[in-house]
Design a protein around this ligand. Structure first.
Ligand code: ZN
Length: 93
């Protein structure tokens, strides 16, 4: 049985190799409301915060960027906004 940490490590490898330059979405975990990056083609993803397997079709897509680099910048800004209690407008896509 793989531990949550093992699965996360495997997933990080996949993310770095396969999705780094692919269109990347910022998703909101429906379980813990944490924000994380995901390839737009991905159907499931393990939440890096609560370690729950998320069906991305049911998750909220907060934003989309042309690649993972840009997405991680956007995510940083979103987190900074959240920290100041200025909530971005979420909408379902
Ligand atoms: Zn979560």
């Amino acid at each position: 049985m793989l531990s949550c940490r093992d699965i996360k490590r495997m997933f990080n490898v996949i993310t770095m190799e396969g999705l780094y330059l692919a269109p990347t979405a910022i998703m909101k975990c429906p379980n813990c409301t944490g924000l994380f990056l995901s390839g737009v083609q991905q159907k499931t993803k393990l939440c890096p915060y609560c370690c729950k397997s998320i069906n991305l079709q049911n998750a909220l897509r907060v934003a989309q960027a042309v690649n993972a680099l840009e997405a991680s910048e956007m995510l940083k800004q979103l987190k900074a906004k959240n920290a100041k209690n200025v909530r971005p407008k979420f909408r379902r896509v």
